[in-house]
Design a protein around this ligand. Structure first.
Ligand SMILES: NC(=O)c1ccc[n+]([C@@H]2O[C@H](COP(=O)([O-])OP(=O)(O)OC[C@H]3O[C@@H](n4cnc5c(N)ncnc54)[C@H](OP(=O)(O)O)[C@@H]3O)[C@@H](O)[C@H]2O)c1
Length: 230
């Protein structure tokens, strides 16, 4: 398949791109920073701001499926990346007859999801990080979900929980709507999206993705995701 990967230069996007190429797909890596993606067989780089309809249109043309690993930073101001890019991507897909879309959202987008982790996660990290610092980001993620749901595309919303780096794909779990658990390795999230592309178990619904085989060290997670990444 020829797959467009939006956010290809981000932490999950890089895993998605590498795993898709390893699986024999052709990848159109869509990024604003083409210099950071080394040339590899099967890889084409498309330079586009994901909210620019013209640039998105060119990136989507000629592909068989679109995967989005786009992400915004936490902000106290309104976030629009998710909904604006979803509108540009789904419009372009409609114009070019591309039907299959997998976009990363979050467990938080499921109003019924509650963390089932350790006390510190449930009572400190989740309320502070997900519900307070991430409030405007998650509001726009829900708008993105609404934009995608309103299309006639074969969409799947990937809903991970707290993302962390782990070197290999593990025996991760997927579940409809959202999954019971608090952490998802980015390697597992990428693998679950590529598997869903083949298996089509969650078409026109959301797929929770959870890693259970390994757990991140919380101090390292806060450093890597909250401090170093900013
Ligand atoms: N962190 C968590 O615990 C957690 C939990 C659940 C869900 N998620 C979601 O999972 C997704 C993936 O997260 P991640 O940490 O792997 O990635 P990320 O750090 O959020 O980065 C994603 C990529 O999006 C790209 N991007 C942002 N705005 C863009 C624009 N206007 N046009 C084109 N590209 C743009 C960035 O490109 P540049 O490199 O050009 O800046 C970046 O490479 C995000 O949506 C995140 O919110 C995260």
């Amino acid at each position: 398949m020829r797959i467009a990967v939006f956010g290809a230069n981000g932490p999950t996007g890089r895993h998605l791109t590498a795993q898709a190429l390893a699986a024999g797909h052709e990848v159109v890596a869509v990024t604003r920073s083409p210099g950071s993606l080394p040339a590899r067989p099967g890889l084409t780089v498309a330079v586009a701001d994901a909210t620019d309809p013209t640039a998105v249109d060119s990136a989507v043309e000629g592909t068989d499926a679109v995967l989005s690993a786009l992400g915004a930073r936490f902000s106290k101001d309104a976030v629009s990346l998710y909904s604006a890019s979803a509108a540009a991507i789904t419009d372009a897909m409609g114009r070019h007859g591309v039907k299959r879309l997998l976009a990363i959202s979050s467990s938080i987008a499921d109003p019924g999801w509650r963390p089932t982790g350790a006390h510190f996660f449930n009572h400190v990290l989740d309320p502070l990080v997900n519900r307070r610092l991430g409030r405007t980001l998650h509001e726009d993620m829900r708008r993105m979900e609404d934009v995608i749901r309103a299309t006639g595309l074969d969409w799947t919303l990937g809903r991970p929980s707290g993302l962390f780096e782990h070197p290999v794909v593990t025996d991760y779990l997927t579940a409809p709507v959202s999954a019971d658990g608090v952490f998802t390795a980015r390697t597992d999230l990428a693998a679950s999206m590529l598997r869903e592309l083949e298996e089509r178990r969650y078409v026109r619904t959301a797929m929770g993705v959870i890693t259970t085989a390994v757990k991140p060290n919380i101090a390292k997670l806060i450093w890597n995701e909250g401090v170093r990444k900013k």
